[in-house]
Design a protein around this ligand. Structure first.
Ligand SMILES: [Cu+2]
Length: 134
């Protein structure tokens, strides 16, 4: 009886503790859509812009929909900051949703995020922005 009470207490404690810890570690989760019309849309924002503090970890939940073309490896869009491609900012997007946690650059400024998978007629204009604040 004592043991089961202990287990219940433990379960309750972890149910509250885990979400709090996750949000403290990863910060805001940005929901982004790479559309079949070859644009990026950020949920809740009028413009396709995400923001982060320098060096902060941010989580991106990206949903991709195929345009009119896709890469041989199955990627339907890409999500790349060219100058940060070697630091994880180079994601191949397959159809569906994936979540990635990335570190914002240490240097404040504006970074262009672009698609690097030929995905349709508007591919060249498929861009969005990461704004890094001090
Ligand atoms: Cu593209």
């Amino acid at each position: 009886m004592k043991t089961s009470l202990f287990i219940i207490t433990l379960m309750l404690a972890s149910a509250f503790a885990i979400p709090a810890r996750a949000s403290a570690e990863t910060g805001k989760v940005w929901e982004i859509e790479a559309t079949k019309g070859q644009t990026f849309v950020v949920k809740g924002e009028k413009k396709p812009v995400i923001t982060a503090k320098a060096g902060e970890e941010i989580t991106l939940r990206i949903t991709a929909h195929k345009g009119t073309a896709q890469a041989k490896d199955g990627a339907v869009h890409g999500f790349v900051i060219k100058s940060l491609a070697d630091q994880g900012w180079n994601i191949r997007l397959k159809e569906g949703t994936q979540e990635v946690t990335l570190k914002a650059p240490d240097k404040p400024g504006e970074y262009v995020i672009e698609c690097n998978v030929p995905c349709g007629p508007s591919h060249a204009e498929q861009k969005m922005k990461l704004v890094v604040t001090p």
